[in-house]
Design a protein around this ligand. Structure first.
Ligand SMILES: *Cc1c(COP(=O)(O)O)cnc(C)c1O
Length: 393
């Protein structure tokens, strides 16, 4: 089987060739350390500054509000712990949601062990938070609200601007994990009113191991990585210049092509969803029907195991995911699918197909052709399915 189609853009994306080309010189000819006081260093510094400007522009932020990190995970850790530690004289209460990425959830859990108190907001069947719940959760000692912009498993887009407004009215710092939203949606930090925002390069056709944290000027946070004076003395370590340069190029390209990218992906997404739900019985779409990421399809198939489905798909060259890369390999069902109210079996029978810039209409047609017979075959092996089918006849 030579055919290989990638449907896991939410896990990571292939780097665009323009991005790689932009990075190449910084590995050898322009290798200087930006902190060095000579020509080599200055060239590195130019690459660094230019990437920072490009990323700031895509967010309508100021360049000195963008801090480079080693990825979305570090940005989330820094945002949350940084605010918690720097503001603990004001209070120890943090509000987040039950459907955050583990980079946020586990950081919050670690802070609980250190004496912070965390409220994990419920979401509805579509994965949407309730703004009244958020208001009611706020206490006098709340110092931070962290709510993801868009979910990596089910694609649901939160009312981030409204949530940030509620935080601002109470003088509470607001962070959003925008790793999935960045490069897919227009994000204006000033219009949104967020104080901190996490992004990552490898989700937007850039290199792995590089990300950024937007920190609004005046936001009180603590430095986590100590050492040299890099990133205005707030995040130490010699900068990953090739990675950062690639991130800048990927960001610029994503926002130059945003409209066409979205139009194409929404069309393909809706076609795939509609056809699969029509052609296969006992299915449901997970996540919000319209307020969802342009490339996200997440469907539960009753009476089958997501893992067997993934293996069967892999055999015909379709690379999907059973929900989240972080939960596959473990037997626990996805915390996101549990939070939207699925039972264990349904959560286990879920498939995430995420589309991106290299997805074609033929790829979609191929899945629509291959998936229904695979589901059918797997269900033939399920005693439960036979019973239900028999009962319905
Ligand atoms: C991928 C992802 C992260 C982690 O980013 P890395 O750059 O892989 O560390 C965090 N949050 C969300 C929502 C993600 O999708």
């Amino acid at each position: 089987m030579s055919k290989q189609i990638y449907f896991d853009y939410a896990a990571t994306t292939p780097m665009k060739k323009e991005v790689l080309e932009e990075m190449m010189p910084y590995f050898n000819t322009e290798f200087g350390n930006p902190s060095s006081v000579h020509g080599f260093g200055r060239h590195g510094k130019t690459g660094l500054d230019s990437a920072r400007d490009k990323i700031a522009k895509t967010l309508n932020a100021k360049s000195d509000e963008i801090f480079f990190t080693a990825g979305g995970t570090e940005s989330d850790n820094w945002a949350i712990k940084g605010v918690a530690y720097a503001n603990k004289n004001k209070g120890n209460h943090i509000i987040t949601t039950k459907i955050e990425h583990h980079a946020v959830l586990y950081t919050c859990q670690a802070l609980e062990k250190e004496g912070f108190e965390v409220t994990y907001l419920d979401v509805d069947e579509y994965g949407m938070i309730n703004l009244d719940d958020l208001k009611n959760a706020i206490k006098d000692n709340t110092i931070l609200i962290t709510i993801m912009y868009a979910n990596n498993e089910i694609g649901t887009i939160q009312p981030t601007k409204e949530a940030a407004t509620i935080a601002k009215e109470k003088g509470i710092i607001f962070h959003t994990d925008a790793v999935q939203a960045y490069g897919n949606l227009t994000l204006d930090v000033n219009d949104l009113g967020v104080d901190l925002l996490s992004i990552s390069a490898h989700k937007i056709y850039g290199p792995k191991g590089v990300g950024a944290l937007y920190i609004r000027k005046g936001t009180k946070t603590k430095q986590l990585i100590l050492g040299g004076a890099q990133e205005k003395r707030r995040r130490a370590g010699t900068e990953n210049i090739p990675g950062i340069v690639g991130f800048g190029k990927a960001a610029e390209m994503a926002y130059e092509n945003l409209e066409a990218h979205n139009k194409k992906l929404i069309n393909l997404r809706d076609k795939l969803t509609k056809e699969l739900l029509e052609k296969i019985s006992y299915t449901r779409l997970n996540g919000h029907p319209t307020k969802r990421l342009p490339g996200n399809v997440n469907i539960s198939f009753n009476f089958i195991e997501g893992e067997s489905l993934l293996l069967s798909l892999d055999m015909v060259g379709i690379a999907g995911s059973s929900g989240s890369a972080c939960t596959s390999g473990s037997l626990d069902p996805s915390h996101v699918l549990m939070a939207i109210g699925l039972d264990h079996e349904t959560a286990h029978g879920s498939l995430r197909l995420t589309l991106g810039d290299f997805t074609t209409e033929e790829d979609i047609d191929y899945v629509i052709e291959k998936l229904p017979p695979i589901v059918d075959r797997l269900r033939q092996m399920s005693p439960l399915y036979e019973k239900v089918k028999g009962g319905n006849k």
